[in-house]
Design a protein around this ligand. Structure first.
Ligand code: NAD
Ligand code: UD1
Length: 336
């Protein structure tokens, strides 16, 4: 298939493009580089030994989108592009609705114009709000989502579901990611947060390179295995293969799948796994709970296992080693 990848220069996009090309697909990428760099795609070209058609453009620019669809016969779209900083979305919600929901509406319009029926969308476990664990797709989503970012994901899911209902030949899939970590085993591509990382793994790796002094653990008094927050960490390469599976098993209608490992890991457990698998010591201190954090969530992955014939193959230790290889070999990310 020839696949348009929106946001393809980003963390999950780059890893997914490697998986797509390695499995015989070709890609066209659109990214405005608002949270990424051209260098990430150059490295994907190096890993896959291909040249990737790339448009540095904003999805909200309908004319550019028209140019891309005109020039390339597109069979399917994987839609990663979006803003993803939870805190920033609370400070500037309108921007998040404009970027995330607005872009998606543009994309749907052009897909309709060019009769492109297949779409895979990057959703998030955040659409469940606080639900019983493990999170299962049949649980009603959208009830108590804590951030405008999360609400954009839920709104987009609702839009996709409605559009799919209007045309029986449409095949739309939302993938609800849990917590992606890790990097490509080559050490050439990985997560490249700007400024101080909010997420746990990039913070840990920056403590390991001594760019940050120590990790602050947000709370050790939750009702969990050791009092620290529990999440479902999934290796980004497993997440990438989930997109391939979603395209391969795409079917008419609107479908939603969790992509996680199905296992909960606490902050302290992840810290220990990192120390054991990399030999790096991570100093830490206990700090108050982070507002908005849930104590514990992880995925039920039976639906993706059975309908997409997809399984994770990598462990949290593999992800720690790969994150560390990426960070230690590229302490400044994609900046040379
Ligand atoms: P990322 O920021 O690395 O990648 C997103 C890419 O989209 C960036 O390269 C950015 O420049 C581009 N982009 C943003 N707005 C755009 C626009 N209007 N037009 C063109 N390009 C635009 O993020 P990621 O971690 O790779 O996440 C990919 C997707 O998965 C996002 O939609 C994110 O919300 C979702 N998601 C991520 C996580 C996570 O923990 N990383 C978890 C759940 C869901
Ligand atoms: C956060 C976002 C969520 C988003 C997800 C993946 C919030 C409230 N939620 O979730 O919407 O989908 O990232 O991008 O921001 N932790 C520490 N110290 C740190 C960083 C994290 O103790 O410096 C702990 C957290 O309290 C949590 C766990 O590590 O228990 C994972 O945190 P994080 O990586 O930020 O992911 P989420 O909290 O799941």
């Amino acid at each position: 298939m020839n696949i348009l990848v929106t946001g393809g220069a980003g963390y999950i996009g780059t890893h997914t493009i490697v998986a797509l090309i390695s499995n015989g697909h070709s890609v066209v990428v659109i990214d405005n580089l608002i949270n990424s760099s051209r260098e990430s795609l150059r490295r994907v070209e190096e890993i896959t030994d291909t040249t990737i058609p790339f448009y540095e453009a904003d999805l909200r620019d309908y004319d550019t989108l028209g140019g891309i669809f005109n020039e390339h016969p597109i069979d399917a779209v994987i839609h990663f592009a979006g803003l993803k900083a939870v805190g920033e979305s609370t400070e500037n919600p309108a921007r998040y609705y404009r970027f995330n929901v607005g872009s998606t509406l543009n994309l749907l319009k052009i897909m309709n114009e060019y009769n492109v029926k297949k779409l895979v969308f990057s959703s998030s476990a955040t659409v469940y709000g606080s639900a019983p664990v493990p999170y299962v797709e049949s649980h009603p989503a959208g009830r108590d989502i804590t951030s405008p970012y999360g609400k954009t994901k839920y709104m987009i899911e609702e839009i996709l579901s409605d559009v799919a209902m209007s045309d029986s030949s449409i095949e739309f899939t939302s993938l609800r990611y849990f917590n992606p970590i890790g990097a490509h085993e080559s050490g050439r591509i990985g997560e490249n947060p700007t400024g101080t990382p909010n997420n746990l793994m990039p913070y840990i790796t920056q403590v390991a390179t001594k760019q940050r002094e120590s990790l602050r653990i947000w709370g050790d008094d939750y009702d969990t295995v050791d009092g620290t927050g529990v999440r479902d960490y999934i290796h980004v390469s497993d997440l990438a293969s989930g997109h391939l599976a979603a395209l391969t098993h795409s079917k008419p209608g609107y479908h939603v799948y969790n992509l996680g490992s199905g296992k909960g890991t606490s902050v302290l457990e992840l810290l220990r796994a990192f120390e054991v698998s990399t030999g790096q010591k991570i100093p830490y201190e206990i700090a108050p709970r982070r507002p908005g954090d849930l104590p514990e969530f992880y995925a039920d992955v039976h639906l993706a296992n059975s309908e997409l014939n997809w399984q994770t193959t990598k462990t949290v230790e593999d992800a720690c080693r790969d994150s560390w290889r990426w960070q230690s070999e590229n302490p400044n990310g994609y900046e040379q």
